[in-house]
Design a binder for this molecule. Structure first.
Ligand code: GAR
Length: 195
């Protein structure tokens, strides 16, 4: 069984989908849900499912990314994860942190990478007049939102779409994509899954 730690910053809906999928013949199990925000709603949801949680408030480390990461590493390393899933984790990680988990850290990003790295992906897709938006699961490498693509799901942009409406439609599909990719990844399959 592979051990999976999940990092979140907010509601944790992707985290929950990953957790709910890790049962039965799934090759992995959740061992920790950690957040940079002690008030992240996802933490309670993980606790309610009996999963160990940790919170390291990044605001306790002003202008000290290395200090924040050192504090986050403590519970993370104690959980001995084989795989780390970023699921709505909204802090940029240093190359040193990322390198430590090279080849075993995944992220979900709400765009069809390589388009729209960074923030405000849906507003940018709408402003560009794109016919399609979507989400990508990729390996995390030191350069932001740039690692090898492990899976993508495409979602049509509809006439009159607002960033909020599009985000909600994409999020539903993220919930299909991320568990499917993690299941394959934990079994050693890194071929991109195109939904
Ligand atoms: C998701 O849409 C995820 O793709 C996005 O944050 C949301 C988290 O929702 N991630 C990023 O923007 C990463 N840069 P959730 O907390 O309900 O899973």
């Amino acid at each position: 069984m592979k051990r999976v730690a999940i990092l979140i910053s907010g509601g944790g809906s992707n985290m929950l989908r990953l957790v709910e999928d890790m049962i039965g013949d799934h090759p992995a199990r959740p061992v920790l849900v950690a957040s940079n925000d002690p008030h992240a709603a996802g933490l309670e949801k993980a606790e309610a499912r009996g999963i160990a949680t940790a919170a390291v408030d990044h605001r306790d480390f002003p202008r000290d990314r290395a200090g924040f990461e050192a504090a986050l590493l403590r519970p993370l390393l104690a959980a001995k994860p084989d795989i780390i899933c970023l699921a709505g984790f909204m802090r940029i990680l240093t190359p040193e942190f990322v390198s430590r988990f090279s080849g075993r850290m995944l992220n979900i990003h709400p765009s069809l990478l390589p388009k729209y790295q960074g923030l405000d992906t849906h507003a940018r897709a709408i402003a560009a007049g794109d016919a399609e938006a979507g989400a990508t699961v990729h390996e995390v490498t030191p350069e932001l939102d740039s690692g090898p693509i492990l899976g993508q799901v495409r979602v049509p942009v509809l006439p009159g779409d607002t960033p909020q409406a599009l985000a909600a439609r994409v999020l539903e599909q993220e919930h299909r994509l991320y568990p499917a990719v993690l299941r394959r990844f934990a079994a050693g399959d890194r071929t991109p899954l195109m939904l």
